[in-house]
Design a protein around this ligand. Sequence first.
Ligand SMILES: [Zn+2]
Length: 356
Amino acid sequence: MGRVATLHRGATDPVARTAALVAFLLAVIVGCSGGEESAGEGGGESSAPQQETTGVSAEAAADANEAGLIMVLEYHRVGGDPSFAPEWTISTEDFRDQLQYLYDNDYYPMNFRDLVEDNIDVPAGKTPVVLTFDDSSDTQFTMVRENDEWVPDPDGAVGVMADFSERNPDWPMRATFFVLPEADAPNNLFGQPELSEKKLNYLVDNGMEIGTHTLYHENLALASPEEVQRQIVLSIEAVQEYVPGYEVRTLGVPFGEYPEDITLLHSGSYEGRSYRLSGAAEVTGGATYPPGHPEFDPFRVPRIQAEPEKEDIGYYFDYFESNPDERFVSDGDPETRTVPDDADLRETTGAADEQY
Ligand SMILES: [Zn+2]
């Protein structure tokens, strides 16, 4: 746990990303194979590869593990009528408790896009966590009138998060909503069509992300290539109708069913209008390796279902309490990747094995 390698994070162009990945692996190989013999050379911290950054304190770097695992949580219905779809519902109270647990255990929220684009900007010592919400149901974001103003229903997902962030200013409102613009009510952009514009702008204005879940939960494994592209283009345009110029960059894959040609998710076009995505989320799979890790695929990011009936989330909360060294822990600088010299990136862990 002593020495660390602090590396520059890859830029967005593919060549730089590849170079960063190679450097990421080399540092680990050096750390694993040469650790004992080279420990005396130069003495102590200076035997680590050169730290080109000034943004990471020695203390933050020593505790960091940016090769560790990250939880991407997956929610559907939050509160509302529990008999409507019991297996896809978490009570308002349980959702509040989960936020509190994450907060108390040094997690820190970020949007899914920032994960897949390798832009992990969380304070030193914190473990990023991504909250994702599928199917844009009324229970996630109903608005109600209060003092002549439209505000989030305090018992829905957005209302709970708004209240939580107000009481805990060091927990920003970050979450990703994979929405269905043309689903039947109550999944049609949160179930109050007259307020769709207000809601989508509320999410964006408060730092949250809107991703697509296709127009109406299309099974992309059964769709033609043209239909896959049509679903993506039109669902993005439906969001942009309410939030002009908004860049939708991520997809929650309906049913976790991928098209045969996965590159259709990377980019494509329909009737001359094109799109480019940065990543996509699966529906199950466990915790994810971080960007830069050889096992990380931004278009196949596993998730952990948060409904109590699934028992997944409790398993992972417990898992990382028992195995804190498997958690991703930030060095506080999004430009660097700090990896303990004894990290073994190819070793599969219990948490990651759960998935497949
Ligand atoms: Zn869904």
